[in-house]
Design a protein around this ligand. Structure first.
Ligand code: 3HC
Length: 676
């Protein structure tokens, strides 16, 4: 097998080049090749300096994550980084693309670093539940100080070449199109300079105030995660006067503990699950896509406005249609306000706001949609309204235009059937707020054409969404799984639990909110029959009293002006009253029962969805829950979590409470297999 590492001589400079597509991950062959090439450079008297660079779209994007959990093939990355640093001849890293994780650590082992202006440097291991385990936690603070090291390692966002230059992580920014030549010239300049700058020989200044402030600022973000604290502890170790060797030993110990833990396994699962979700099993990857130059959005409400922003932000013009001028003005006003708020936070330039707004064409004329290549309907959630709109769309949309509905429950096939082009119809279920939430459920109808599906999936990536293909089923993947949870939560109330107890179990689990907090946010009246005299369950009883949630300042909780919730004595009365009328004597409900009946039941529904072929794979279900509903990423999504709980335990729990168990779940539990 040929090595992914080759070398080229430029007189006295040895250029070591990696070619390991797609992202130059530092797999075993790359590490072996690097070690051998650097050794050769050191041994060859005619070489005065070395340059390490990568072919393709990026510098090393990190360790090869697919090797994690398998037996380690020598040399390990720390060994390679240390031997580069120990070289008696200078080694220069020439960086383009993203030098991430182990890739960043390779650069820190080098004595010098040059980068093109567009390069980014970072240590995103924390997002995989890990820490930079090849000396990164010890070298970054020694070069760039504790504060930046905390930011880079515990939060994991990459920094620009300019910021890296200011922090000393890069020595020079070179020409965007002349990286190799400039790096060679740089290597010649410093070839004879001694002593060689070695990060491990520097000292880092302790900064307890920065550490304390950083922990406070990020307490919410880091809640329940193991890896941020481990990153912080390592950075502190680098600056507490310990030797470099002791710091490295500590880093290794922490790294291995994280690597063996369930959180990192869950986060690594999601890394690959997210990428897998983009693939459509029975549609070839090279399917010719339709061109989307302009998008139409029907409805300028919260959803329509949010959807439009995704495209505007990606530079795709949008035609937005409403029926009344005031609704149109209100909608476009909200879009502008949102952009201006982003600009006020410094995350957008004022001219970018104008650019985005300039690409938005508000209109009252439905016929204006004729110029659009993709039209997304985001109006009231009733089948009649949707059918009416799609019939009208069919009459005016240009041939080949994709017609999408943002419905969150309804049958796409039924909607498609009222057009003469059902093959062009697809569901695009955005999650609210649509400009923020990353998930997009792409609903594939019976007749949806392959190229329509492929186009929408590719477009999703362009607008920075994580898209998952769902089949036609009531509520698709996410909302369908929400249903048993909601039903069981309401039953538990009747049997003796309180909304607070149930919500507390969910928040402790890591969800952003529990089922009743979610009801209050979404509206207790959603799906209500709107007849105050008909009280069939506790939700009806609340709705009948105008307790519709946050919007009426009362729901399962009471709310003050700032929407701060408090427990409601009235809700307790309503529940007591309903129990009495139903002849139910309340009993103590354990937290364990809540977990089984509101979380295991979701897993069960997920298994049914998979059995019915409404999701392509179990990991897609996980992606839906992570990106659409805030399922804690360190638990890897419901299906991964069930696996780590033990499927037999899940099945036993469901059976204990007489819940009908999905066949695939039972089979997998019995055979010791996985949910697929
Ligand atoms: N190991 C193995 N495979 C990787 C990988 C890695 N580090 N990084 C990316 N890939 C794979 C992806 O799974 C994907 O595979 P697929 O085509 O089969 O689905 C392919 O490379 C392309 O990746 P993306 O679709 O993500 O490509 P983008 O261009 O959108 O993004 C990127 C490129 C920014 C480099 C992004 O892939 C990324 O963030 N990668 C992970 C970076 C990372 O986390 N590095 C740290 C690794 S842990 C480590 O280094 C430990 C060390 O400290 C000891």
């Amino acid at each position: 097998m040929t090595s992914p590492i080759r070398t080229e001589r430029h007189d006295d400079v040895l250029v070591i080049i990696s070619n390991n597509p797609p992202v130059n991950a530092l797999g075993a062959a790359v590490r072996q090749g690097l070690e051998a090439a650097v050794k050769d450079g050191i041994a060859d008297d005619s070489v005065t300096a070395m340059v390490i660079r990568c072919d393709g779209r990026t510098f090393f994007a990190g360790a090869d994550i697919t090797e994690f959990g398998k037996e380690m093939v020598e040399p390990g990355l720390p060994t390679v980084v240390d031997m580069i640093e120990a070289s008696s001849k200078p080694v220069v890293a020439a960086i383009h693309g993203t030098a991430l994780g182990g890739g960043c650590e390779v650069t820190l082992g080098c004595h010098y670093r040059v980068a093109v202006p567009s390069a980014k440097i970072g240590t995103p291991e924390v997002k995989l539940g890990l820490l930079p385990g090849a000396g990164g936690t010890q070298r970054i603070p020694r070069i760039a100080g504790v504060r930046l090291a905390l930011e880079m390692t515990a939060k994991g966002d990459p920094i620009s070449a300019k910021k890296a230059l200011d922090a000393g992580l890069i020595d020079k920014i070179v020409g965007e199109d002349s990286l190799e030549a400039d790096a060679i010239a740089f290597a010649r300049e410093i070839a004879t300079k001694r002593p060689l700058p070695r990060a491990s020989e520097k000292t880092a200044q302790a900064d307890p105030d920065a550490v304390a402030a950083f922990k406070t600022e990020n307490a919410r973000r880091f809640r329940n995660f193991d890896a941020p604290a481990a990153n912080i502890a390592c950075v502190e170790k680098a600056a507490d006067g310990s030797s470099f060797a002791d710091g490295i030993a500590f880093e290794r110990e922490q790294f291995m503990a994280l690597m063996m833990g369930v959180q990192s396994a869950a986060q690594r699962h999601i890394f690959f699950a997210e990428r897998q979700a983009a693939k459509i099993d029975d549609v070839p990857a090279d399917t010719k896509l339709r061109e989307i130059k302009r998008v139409g959005v029907i409805g300028a409400g919260t959803m329509g406005g949010g959807i439009s922003m995704n495209f505007l932000s990606a530079g795709i013009p949008v035609t937005i249609v409403e029926m009344q001028q005031d609704a149109l003005d209100r909608g476009t006003g909200v879009v502008r306000k949102n952009y201006e708020a982003t600009a006020a936070k410094g995350r957008m330039k004022p001219e970018q706001v104008e650019q985005a707004m300039g690409a938005l064409k508000p209109t009252l004329d439905f016929a204006d949609l004729a110029e659009c290549d993709l039209i997304i309907e985001a109006v009231y959630e009733t089948m009649e309204v949707k059918k009416d709109i799609f019939t009208r769309l069919d009459a005016i949309a240009k041939p080949g235009a994709i017609l999408a509905s943002n419905t969150s429950y309804l049958n796409i096939d039924e909607i498609a059937a009222c057009t003469k082009r059902p093959e062009d119809v697809v569901g695009m279920h955005f999650f609210s707020p649509a400009n923020v939430m990353k998930l997009l459920e792409v609903v594939r109808g019976d007749k949806t054409a392959d190229d329509v599906l492929a186009t929408v999936m590719a477009l999703a990536k362009k607008i920075k969404k994580v898209a998952v293909v769902a089949g036609v089923t009531y509520g698709f993947i996410g909302n369908r799984m929400l249903m048993p949870r909601q039903v069981e939560a309401t039953k538990l109330l009747l049997e003796g639990a309180s909304p607070e107890q149930i919500d507390k179990v969910h928040v402790a689990f890591g969800m952003p909110m529990g089922p009743f907090q979610m009801s209050d946010l979404a509206g207790v009246d959603i799906g209500w029959h709107r007849d105050p005299s008909r009280i069939e369950n506790i939700r009806d009883a609340l709705a009948a009293e105008n307790r519709w949630g946050q919007k009426t300042k009362a729901g399962f909780y009471d709310y003050d002006e700032k929407r701060t919730p408090s427990n409601s004595p009235r809700v307790t009365e309503i529940i007591d009253d309903f129990r009495a009328k139903s002849g139910v004597t309340p009993r103590a409900i354990s937290d364990e029962e809540i977990v089984v009946r509101t979380l295991y039941t979701m897993v069960n529904e997920g298994a049914l969805i998979l059995e019915e072929g409404k999701a392509q794979r179990a990991s897609d279900v996980d992606v839906v829950w992570i990106y659409g509903y805030g399922w804690p990423v360190y638990r890897g999504g419901p299906m991964f979590w069930a696996q780590s709980e033990g499927l037999a335990k899940v099945v036993a729990g469901l059976e204990k409470y007489d819940f009908p168990v999905a066949k695939s779940l039972k089979d997998a539990a019995e055979s010791g297999g996985r949910l697929k």
